[in-house]
Design a protein around this ligand. Structure first.
Ligand SMILES: C[S@@+](CC[C@H](N)C(=O)[O-])C[C@H]1O[C@@H](n2cnc3c(N)ncnc32)[C@H](O)[C@@H]1O
Length: 292
């Protein structure tokens, strides 16, 4: 009996001593910054900028009280997941999901953002400190599917230029950050198209296309038909949508297509008014995308 009492007392003491250590450890792991909620008015603009809809799966890295994912689910019927290192915030977020009757579509998980599985995301939300944004950049670039919209509150991804930026006044941010303004950034994750491609137009010409890419920008594009060099123009990559003009003699062909891993397919329009024809492409030599 005495021994049991001693053991219980020891356990209580150990738990008491461990509690602040655990709390301190959580604070140390918050490399993305402390919990500072995005004001609701800013959340609404973030979801609007990302054009969130009911087919979306929204992931918030460093989800705090869950406001971004909860709003996406309640206002736009989206599904999603929040990741936060703080177990109390995760508990609170899951309780909110239960309260709003949306726990079948959203969940919150205690995890380090660097370990998060981003495979399901169609939209990714961020409000993390600048150094963490830079540290996360290659994970986002390499693990998010082409076409995923990334939206961030106030902090950008350095050399990976945003595809869209908006700024607006938010009086309540004065008390939180000292600046009564919010800036929102949006990126569309690009497909990786760097390398050489062999293009075949259905029932017609074959071309070789060589592309250099830095993040979403095509920095150089050259082409040839046999030994004849050609100069592609207006080369555009947005998510997995790829298009360019190919002047060949007096004809300018307009290629529109989609990238899927090592292949592309789409339609090519010629200026003579004929119906568009199909084209396909296969990557014949890979090259690294420049990400610095
Ligand atoms: C500025 S708050 C943003 C909260 C929420 N996304 C919002 O916009 O309202 C940052 C959140 O990131 C969490 N966090 C910081 N470092 C983290 C890490 N390494 N892994 C997971 N969560 C982290 C913090 O606990 C905090 O809740």
């Amino acid at each position: 009996m005495k021994r049991n009492v001693m053991r219980a007392a020891w356990l209580v003491t150990a738990l008491f001593l461990a509690a602040p250590v655990f709390a301190l450890d959580i604070e140390k792991l918050k490399t993305g910054g402390p919990y500072v909620p995005t004001p609701q008015i800013v959340v609404d603009q973030m979801l609007k900028l990302a054009a969130v809809g009911e087919k979306d799966y929204v992931i918030d890295l460093g989800s705090g009280d869950g406001v971004i994912v909860l709003t996406a689910a309640r206002q736009y019927k989206a599904a999603g997941m929040g990741i936060d290192i703080d177990p109390e915030l995760v508990r609170q977020s899951n309780a909110s999901a239960q309260k709003y009757g949306i726990a079948d579509r959203v969940r919150f998980v205690q995890q380090d953002v660097f370990k998060a599985d981003l495979g399901q995301a169609t939209v990714l939300a961020l409000y993390l400190l600048p150094a963490m944004m830079i540290d996360l950049r290659s994970k986002l670039f390499n693990e998010l599917k082409p076409g995923v919209r990334v939206v961030s509150h106030d902090y950008h991804l350095g050399q990976w230029m945003p595809d869209d930026t908006i700024g607006f006044d938010v009086a309540e941010k004065e008390a939180i950050t000292g600046v009564p303004r919010a800036t929102l950034y949006k990126w569309i994750v690009p497909a990786k198209v760097a390398g050489s491609w062999q293009i075949k137009i259905a029932g017609g010409e074959t071309y070789e296309l060589a592309l250099k890419q830095r993040f979403q920008a095509i920095t150089e594009a050259t082409a040839r038909a046999g030994i004849r060099p050609l100069r592609p123009q207006a080369v555009s990559l947005r998510g997995d949508e790829f298009s360019f003009l190919l002047p060949d003699g007096r004809i300018v062909a307009r290629f529109n297509g989609r990238v899927s891993g090592e292949s592309m397919e789409g339609t090519v329009e010629l200026p003579d008014g004929k119906a568009p024809v199909k084209w396909t492409a296969t990557r014949i030599a890979g090259a690294a995308v420049v990400t610095e």
